[in-house]
Write a protein that binds this ligand. Structure first.
Ligand code: CAA
Length: 282
């Protein structure tokens, strides 16, 4: 496996492209928008510079990594010779289903189609393709170059061969893959999102303030970020969307999103990306 196409050049997509390119895969980074692709290359270069400054990467390795990435605005061209495609587009089911139909049409028949979805059903995505056994979840964590986990999600039809290939491939990126089954929220977000939601309820009910809640969790549980800061970092709209998947998928009120979260998203306070969430970023 040598040629990897990554769909979507946002935070996750550029991080995934960065890591594959750093480990000598040829990466085609695909987005409909050339400006977004140019911005992604700048972000990758900035993040490579951090690694060079830290001494974990040489300047030569940085240059090779950048040379390993080509950009495309047309899916059919970008995936034509891919062995693996990792989709990291916006977390919207209709968009993902459309992309996977296109991938099934244009990618080589032997290619594995992976999604970086944080909570959309892999089985449902696979159902719009003619190669369900080759569709799998490859859920990286943000920031991708730093976080060691890849949550590998087996859809209902995913074959052992596809799973083994993706487990090995993740190790070649110096990540630790963990195999899980395809149920709402998989494992990462099934456990993380109720914690974040509970932190928001704790604020909403006036038990404590933002600083106090985050400090309890940071210093008390040794989390690198408190849950409210982490929610800002992930995006409050993304947190809300994942909670809705859990709530709908299990039909259990314990996953009901906190009204404060719903209000903040409706008001456009989405966290770091909008300049304000539980904290201000401007
Ligand atoms: N690329 C490369 N290196 C990066 C980087 C990037 N994008 N971002 C940070 N780094 C490096 C820095 O260079 C730094 O390296 P050194 O410590 O060796 O100098 C290190 O990471 C730490 O960065 P900072 O010093 O800037 O800041 P920090 O110490 O506060 O750490 C953090 C930042 C790594 C993000 C840390 O706060 C953290 O681990 N936070 C929690 C992240 C987390 O939980 N992610 C999962 C989110 S959930 C998700 O992604 C999935 C989902 O479905 C919602």
């Amino acid at each position: 496996m040598k040629n990897v196409a990554v769909i979507g050049s946002g935070t996750m997509g550029n991080g995934i492209a960065h890591v594959f390119a750093q480990f000598n895969y040829q990466v085609n980074l695909i987005d409909i928008n050339q400006t977004a692709l140019d911005q992604a290359l700048k972000t990758i270069e900035k993040n490579l510079d951090r690694q060079v400054a830290k001494g974990t990467l040489t300047d030569h390795q940085k240059q090779v990594t950048l040379q390993n990435i080509s950009t495309f605005t047309v899916i059919s061209e970008g995936v034509a010779t891919a062995d693996l495609i990792v989709e990291a587009a916006t977390e919207n089911i209709d968009l993902k289903l459309k992309i996977f139909k296109d991938l099934d049409l244009h990618a080589p028949k032997s290619a594995i189609l992976a999604s970086n979805t944080s909570s959309i059903s892999i089985t449902q995505i696979a159902a719009v393709t003619s190669r369900g056994e080759k569709v799998i979840g490859m859920h990286f964590m943000n920031p991708v170059p730093v976080m060691k986990l890849v949550e590998v999600i087996r859809g209902y039809q995913t074959s052992n061969e596809t799973t083994d290939t993706i487990m090995e491939l993740s190790k070649s990126l110096e990540k630790t893959p963990v195999e899980v089954n395809d149920y709402p929220g998989f494992v990462a977000n099934r456990i993380l999102m109720p914690m974040i939601n509970e932190a928001i309820y704790t604020l909403y009910e006036g038990v404590a303030g933002v600083y106090e809640i985050d400090t309890v969790m940071k210093l008390g549980m040794a989390h690198p970020m408190g849950p409210l800061q982490l929610a800002d970092f992930i995006g409050l709209d993304v947190c809300l969307a994942i909670l809705k998947v859990l709530h709908d998928g299990f039909g259990n009120s314990k996953y009901a999103p906190c009204p404060l979260l719903i209000n903040m998203v409706a008001a456009g306070r989405k966290g770091v990306k909008s300049g304000e969430g539980f904290y201000r970023y401007t």
